[in-house]
Design a binder for this molecule. Structure first.
Ligand SMILES: *[C@@H]1O[C@H](CO)[C@@H](O)[C@H](O)[C@H]1NC(C)=O
Ligand SMILES: *[C@@H]1O[C@H](CO)[C@@H](O)[C@H](O)[C@H]1NC(C)=O
Length: 229
């Protein structure tokens, strides 16, 4: 069961000019504490994230209050913000800034996987509703990660027999899903299949001009899937 895993990030592979384009965040990416205040005293798995539920029942669309990741690492219902399904990227970025006012939130990116989140509160829920167990809805959603400070690319796990690669092109300022399919095609062209990927080089709100990815042999089985940050 012992497999060799490498943790790869494109930061260490890009040419020096590209490193400068990515700005000065490398020191914190390499483990030297960054200067961002308020990040040193929380559990290392905490990451600012928000989740918005867009759901409809037989009676039509249902509005739910948004949720955010608390510093204790739990999904909290935000009963002080309007219950709504908001999809606009600017609205999601502004929402991140609102729930994490002390953090330097600069961008958002879709999470790389769906999560089942419980206890969604319907519009009109009072603060006591959650305590009284009235928020019962559980749904699979794809949260948004609220990115802090200068952009840092994620580290990806590269299992044995798999390969790490990246594509970047400043003229392609694309969404997460477009880079997902671009990476999938790149793996297919090598006769492999896309296992994990992460965005590079932000060029707008939730827009990026590159992707790093791991391709594995088809039907590859392994347990550890993706490291999130
Ligand atoms: C990437 O695209 C594939 C195929 O459309 C989809 O199944 C997968 O869920 C996408 N990955 C993410 C992380 O969104
Ligand atoms: C970048 O993308 C543009 C537009 O899709 C394409 O014309 C160009 O050849 C690409 N550059 C590189 C270096 O791949």
């Amino acid at each position: 069961m012992v497999t060799t895993m490498l943790l790869c990030s494109v930061l260490v592979l890009l040419a020096p000019t590209m490193l400068m384009a990515l700005d000065s965040s490398q020191s914190s990416a390499n483990g030297v504490p960054g200067s961002t205040s308020g990040t040193g005293n929380v559990a290392s798995h905490f990451e600012p994230q928000v989740a918005i539920l867009c759901d409809s029942s037989a009676r039509g669309p249902e509005a739910y209050h948004p949720k955010y990741m608390s510093e204790q690492g739990e999904w909290a219902s935000d009963l002080y913000s309007k219950a709504a399904c908001f999809k606009d990227k600017m609205d999601i970025l502004n929402y991140c800034k609102k729930v994490y006012p002390k953090r330097d939130i600069t961008n958002i990116v879709e999470s790389s996987h769906y999560l089942k989140i419980a206890s969604w509160c319907r519009a009109g829920s009072s603060p006591g509703a959650q305590i009284r167990g009235k928020c019962k809805t559980a749904r699979w959603v794809k949260p948004f990660r609220c990115l802090e400070g200068p952009f840092q690319s994620d580290a990806l796990l590269v299992p044995e027999n798999c390969m790490f690669d990246h594509i970047h092109n400043q003229s392609n300022c694309w969404s997460f899903s477009r880079w997902n399919s671009t990476a999938a095609v790149a793996c297919q062209e090598k006769g492999l299949q896309l296992r994990s990927f992460a965005m590079l080089l932000p060029c707008g709100i939730s827009l990026f001009s590159g992707v790093e990815f791991v391709c594995c042999p088809k039907h590859f089985k392994g347990d550890s899937f993706m490291k999130d940050s």
